[in-house]
Design a protein around this ligand. Structure first.
Ligand SMILES: [Mg+2]
Length: 388
């Protein structure tokens, strides 16, 4: 080990595996609608090894930008694409490779697309390590606090209150005990917002948790007024009423409202969550595995636990995200619930040969080696964009 914590190139206790390829696969539905729905395309990360073990990861970002971050050649020591940094490396050295990627992208990285690309790679490396050792990832992370997660149905608001209420009835029929609704057209005026929440609560009944994802449309004053108005609806949490940069606003809101305040899906690093927790006063940190990676998510959850803050995943994409979230939330003490996107995108719903299913409102943590995700190559072939 060197003075700065880096190991020299070859580890004394190598796994015997070497990374032979890192690919970004861009999948896209034939039609992309202008909605805040990230289940319409995907960037899947595939890492190959000389032992024939393949790891899978995913990035919920801008797919072709992520792909470029992976594929770019090295320019110099502080500017490099990620693939060339990983070729020939030991896939078990996840922490060392994370630091190598971080330090070799300093001039254009540290946040955003580069960290998101690293997140997809991080998930794939954990998948390889688990498959090679015949262990589920949660075991490698230190063991499981639970063998299943309460899961909520995550939905877009529909364009009428009644159509939105139909989604709650559907969720109840399927066995969910909680559902979230988010984004447009919610938030425009108080009367319309109350009409939506009224229809949702009537359809849900009292014994069902409703979460509200506002979609970044209010300032702090409006949020505090609306939260007071919404108290009769008994919301389980209020998510992202403010722009993620408005930390001062989050602080004011968190001190004023009675509901739990949730945020974090735009953040990729420990630093972003530290600010949301310490300055914003959030009560639930929502961590997207496909933007932060499993390794960084463990650091974030550890910090949140020390501050008495619960964590959940953010997931509006595929079963790779679902699998990574299940392993992560199983392995931390302060997990609240699992987000599961129910939008009917064929990429999201059909990417796995073994799709994750909820039963009576819970989803079981996989026991299979690695992520426990098996790719459906027909879906990948069908939606793969080749002309880029
Ligand atoms: Mg959200």
């Amino acid at each position: 080990m060197t003075a700065n914590g880096e190991r020299p190139g070859e580890s004394a206790v190598a796994s015997g595996l070497k990374i032979t390829d890192v690919q970004g696969l861009y999948l896209r539905l034939p039609e992309i609608k202008a909605r805040t729905d990230s289940s319409q395309d995907a960037l899947i990360v595939r890492i190959e090894t000389d032992a024939g073990i393949t790891g899978w990861g995913e990035v919920d970002g801008c797919p072709l930008v992520t792909k470029a971050v992976i594929d770019a050649p090295m320019s110099h020591n502080l500017v490099s694409g990620l693939r060339v940094l990983l070729l020939g490396e030991d896939p078990f050295d996840i922490a060392r490779l994370w630091r190598k990627m971080y330090e070799s992208t300093l001039y254009f990285g540290r946040e955003g697309a580069v960290i998101q690309a690293m997140a997809g790679i991080d998930i794939a490396l954990w998948d390889i390590k688990g498959r090679a050792l015949s262990q589920p990832i949660w075991k490698l992370l230190g063991g499981a606090f639970r063998d299943k997660l309460r899961v909520y149905s995550s939905n877009m608001f529909q364009f009428t209150p009644e159509a939105t209420a139909d989604r709650v009835r559907q969720a109840k029929d399927e066995g969910f005990t909680a559902a979230k609704f988010g984004w447009e057209p919610f938030g425009r005026d108080a009367a319309t917002d109350c009409a939506y929440l009224d229809a949702l609560r009537k359809a849900a009944g009292d014994d069902f948790d409703l979460m509200l994802d506002v979609g970044l449309v209010w300032d702090a004053t409006t949020t505090i007024q609306r939260a007071k108005l919404f108290e009769p609806y008994g919301l389980y949490w209020i998510e992202e009423p403010l722009h993620p940069d408005d930390l001062r606003g989050y602080g004011a809101v968190s001190r004023a409202i009675s509901q739990r305040l949730a945020a974090g899906e735009e953040e990729c690093t420990y630093r972003g969550f530290q600010r949301l927790i310490d300055e914003g006063g959030i009560g639930l940190a929502q961590i997207d595995m496909t933007r932060c990676g499993i390794s960084e998510a463990m650091s974030i959850a550890s910090y949140a636990a020390k501050r008495g803050v619960m964590v959940a995943n953010h997931n509006f994409t595929t079963d790779i995200n679902t699998a990574a979230s299940l392993h992560f939330l199983a392995a931390v003490p302060n997990a609240l619930v699992l987000e599961y996107c129910v939008e009917p995108s064929e990429i999201s719903r059909n990417l796995a040969r073994n799709p994750f299913r909820q039963e009576d409102g819970f989803m079981r943590v996989p026991d299979a080696p690695g992520l426990g995700f098996e790719p459906n190559m027909e879906t990948i072939e069908r939606f793969l964009v080749r002309d880029n």
